[in-house]
Ligand binder design. Structure first.
Ligand code: AMP
Ligand code: GLY
Length: 417
């Protein structure tokens, strides 16, 4: 089977790594890919993954039988719509369904309409109504830009004027969602849907804040863990019954034909689990710890998803736990320099450790940085402490000027928040 993966991050490296293990693979392409995927797949460095026509043409030229979309910007650009129209099987929702991530206003309306637990909220698209409401505001609130904002579209604050100023800026080209501040702990629940049935993958959790102790600014994720030791079986069951099942029922009722990964961002509160947001794709770095635990052949699994035959598949997971630590560039999540030379000592032949590249590329034959989050070091073991030890030992085998990582990923297993 010939497979093309769209994207260039650690998530796409993990996807490519997994597809490469399939006995059925006879052509693996990543567009544009990174310095790690180049070692075992063909990087299509010049292909812009958000350019629908270019992706369709390239897929036809190469005889691609399955396209797997990594990042949300590709979905929002309508690339899956174009692939489906061209008869090329694709994993990822079309633009309409991708609104579950690309429009927080759309999602909030859907959740409230179907009485699915979420933070109570108001949606604004006009400045006068927004200002009048803010005049009466008290306490802690969360304000969100409705559209995609690469992790920078959310402000939690009790300062009325700070909320106002964030909202007025966002209202210049978008609507905003203002919602109650929920207290609890977060967990990421990944589901796979073929638009007929769905399955729930093992829960994972990422570490969103830049610094140790969950301090500092939000990032795309500085580490991840799978499964989640602080999420008990009973709460997972409640999440399945109170959130996941009603959401898929609501999608069916609204005629939203969802094919691909649907990621539920959940806050477990004293009042029970509530939906914070959806992502219409695998998380990054959650994919780097989740995918190595899935034992199914990805060609077979996702061919079934593409054909609407997910019900024919039985999922198999490793009993091992996985823990991932992101190595970032100096300055991330703010400004950072690229093209910093990288030295990797790790040989990649180790059953307990996996190095996934993200912001890396080759320049004149030398491995250099090419982004803010540059690598994910994954440790894989029968229990968390060893997985953590393996992952941290791997961080020592990747070096470049200014490289840094959090030192407390997986340190406090039962009380992360
Ligand atoms: P979102 O993109 O909607 O998931 O928001 C990004 C992050 O902001 C979440 O992962 C939470 O840490 C935080 N957040 C979002 N909504 C809320 C809320 N209603 N209450 C508390 N924290 C929130
Ligand atoms: N790690 C969070 C995300 O992928 O959105």
């Amino acid at each position: 089977m010939k497979v093309m993966i769209l994207g260039s991050g650690g998530r796409e490296h993990a996807l490519a790594w997994k597809f490469a293990q399939s006995k059925r693979i006879n052509g693996l392409f990543v567009a544009p890919g990174n310095g790690g995927t180049k070692a075992f797949a063909t990087n299509l460095s010049d292909l812009d993954p958000t350019d629908s026509a270019a992706v369709v043409n390239k897929a036809r030229e190469l005889g691609i039988e399955l396209v797997f979309v990594g990042p949300e910007v590709v979905l929002e650009a309508g690339v899956v719509d174009a692939l489906n129209a061209a008869g090329i099987p694709a994993i990822g929702p079309e633009k309409r369904e991708a609104q579950l991530e690309s429009s927080k206003a759309f999602t909030k309306q859907l959740l409230l309409k179907h009485n699915i637990p979420t933070a109570q909220a108001k949606i604004f698209s006009d400045v006068t109504t927004f200002n009048a409401f803010i005049d009466t505001l008290q306490g802690m609130w969360v304000i969100k830009k409705s559209g995609l904002a690469a992790g920078k579209g959310v402000l939690e604050s009790s300062d009325r004027e700070e909320i106002r100023s964030f909202g007025l800026q966002a209202l210049k080209d978008d609507s905003v969602v203002l919602e109650e501040f929920l207290v609890g702990y977060e967990v990421s629940i990944f589901t796979v849907s073929d638009a007929k049935t769905y399955c729930i993958l093992p829960p994972a959790s990422d570490y969103k804040k830049a610094h140790d102790g969950n301090a500092g600014p939000n990032t795309g994720g500085m580490g991840a863990i799978c499964p989640v030791p602080w999420l008990g079986k009973d709460m997972l069951q409640r999440i399945k019954e109170e959130l996941v099942a009603p959401v898929f029922k609501a999608l069916e009722a609204e005629n939203l034909m969802y094919k691909g990964l649907l990621y539920f961002g959940v806050m477990v509160t004293a009042d029970g689990p509530k939906i914070l947001e959806f992502n219409t794709r695998f998380g990054d770095p959650e994919a780097q710890v989740l995918i190595p635990r899935i034992e199914n052949d990805f060609c077979t699994l996702f061919e079934a998803v593409a054909k609407g035959k997910l019900h024919t598949q039985t999922m198999h997971y490793s009993d091992k736990v996985a823990l991932g630590i992101v190595i970032a560039a100096n300055g991330y999540p703010g400004e950072y320099r690229k093209e910093v030379p990288v030295r990797v000592q790790f040989s990649n032949h180790d059953e307990n450790r996996i190095l996934f590249h993200a912001g890396s590329t080759h320049k004149d034959g030398v491995l250099v940085t090419n982004g803010g989050r540059c690598f994910t070091c994954v440790g894989f073991a029968s229990e968390h402490a060893s997985a953590r030890k393996f992952a941290y030992s791997l961080t020592k085998e990747v070096s470049f000027e200014g490289a840094w990582c959090r030192s407390d990923i997986g340190a406090n297993l039962y009380n992360q928040n």
